[in-house]
Design a protein around this ligand. Sequence first.
Ligand code: SF4
Ligand code: FES
Length: 384
Amino acid sequence: MNAPGNEPVDIETAIPIPMAMLAELTHRCPLKCPYCSNPLELTRRSAELSAEEWVEVFRQAAALGVLHVHLSGGEPASRKDLGEITTGAVEAGLYTNLITSGVGLTEANFADLAARGLDHVQLSVQGVDAEAADRIGGFRGGFDTKMRVADWVAREGIPLTINAVMHRQNLDRLPETIELAVKLGARRLEVANTQYHGWADLNRAALMPTPEQAKRASEVVAETRERLKGTLVIDYVPPDHFAKYPKPCMGGWSRVGLCVKPEGKVLPCHAAETITTLEFQNVRDVPLEEIWKKGPAFTAYRGTHWMQEPCNSCERKTKDWGGCRCQAFAWTGDAAATDPVCTLSPEHARMRAAAETDSAAHADEFVYRTIGGADRARAKEPAS
Ligand code: SF4
Ligand code: FES
């Protein structure tokens, strides 16, 4: 018999409580990172939810059980009403994490956010020095600004996480990236290898790491975790094209988190709109709770009922939830297929061969994230 509170949960019928919400406050951003997780079609300012609407979304999220909100973008500091939005999240009882490039913050407005109760800052770094970082971010002066912002965060006593997106052009400098995070006083470093959706997919030939880089990076992380125990926690997203099994993307579809776009569209994953067969609802029209519990995009791949072989009879199916739905759709046209990262997927060999071709490419020019940038890049591609 199970102890009270430990009864088995039916994963097909029980609706989990989302723990975290990604609030994409705006797609405006002064940086142009070529792996940005925002969609290729960026939302325009005129369509953005107002501060008042965001505050209502936070109230609904807290009522649903969300504990943690990531105030993200684009660059959230591009919004002049970021203070009001932060207060709304704090007053809703949410733990607030500001995900920022640092560009657009000033010492005074950061002190204001701290006074309003901001709990945590996640600062992105594109490289370990100004030359490398500003080239990748497509913004001169960005690196120096980040160094100042890290100082302000330390002065306010707010915990800092450094987020470093890694790829072929910076992965060899992982040891220096780790040292930079320690120097900036971060308690946590996210070593996030690029996920190839949207902008990153357009830039695969310039970003895909080599298998040797992927192996070395995993070794560096393992060695450093040991050496810096008690000083720095390293979260590691390995380059999954060279892995054996996929990661449980999003912690499993519609299980632990949701994303609200600048115009209010609610997604189970920030890249979910790449799955063109799904329909999404807007929190301007439908309450958040209803979207989470019954929305067609949320119920489509929650649990395991939708799985095909080999996932359906695999013992890992409630560990990795079949991997990433967006990647499955991108490679097979069917979001219910097994993630081709998995070595058991019939598409795995094709995906691995394409990753090796991309990693051997000598391309180092980027398609930067700009409004209309994806269309311009596609227009230049030779017709196949
Ligand atoms: Fe995961 Fe499916 Fe691969 Fe099994 S077959 S390891 S459930 S992706
Ligand atoms: Fe969407 Fe993995 S990126 S489920």
